[in-house]
Design a protein around this ligand. Structure first.
Ligand SMILES: [Zn+2]
Length: 123
């Protein structure tokens, strides 16, 4: 608090403290409003929404027998229409796939040559 007895140094210190507090407050407000510029970024709420819809199970359905994959481990969030082909990271374009079906889907859409760098070679 500035009073008539405050020295110039005290007044400057109080003013600097207030300026720093204002700057920190502005910086925190900007950070909380900022969205990720990474199109691959899927926020926690969206991940939870996909998990809720899939019931924690791979969403791949076999075109041969219309049965759904039973995998519940190593689930990955897949872009149905890949980002590389203009797909978006919104709920309608996301699904849960197990690792095997995610790789299969990517190879089918993007080709073996493109996906070779991401696939694991059999030992
Ligand atoms: Zn699966």
């Amino acid at each position: 608090m500035i009073s008539e007895d405050s020295s110039d140094l005290e007044i400057i210190e109080i003013a600097l403290d207030q300026t720093l507090a204002d700057a920190k407050s502005r910086k925190m407000r900007r950070a909380s409003k900022r969205k990720s510029s990474n199109p691959r970024y899927i926020n926690r709420s969206l991940k939870e929404s996909v998990h809720h819809r899939s019931n924690g199970q791979c969403e791949y359905i076999s075109p041969l027998n219309s049965k759904r994959c039973q995998a519940r481990r190593h689930l990955q969030i897949d872009h149905i229409k890949p980002l590389a082909l203009g797909g978006k990271s919104d709920k309608s374009n996301l699904r849960h796939l197990c690792f095997a079906h995610n790789q299969r889907s990517a190879i089918k859409l993007l080709g073996v040559e493109k996906m070779e760098q991401f696939t694991v070679a059999p030992q």
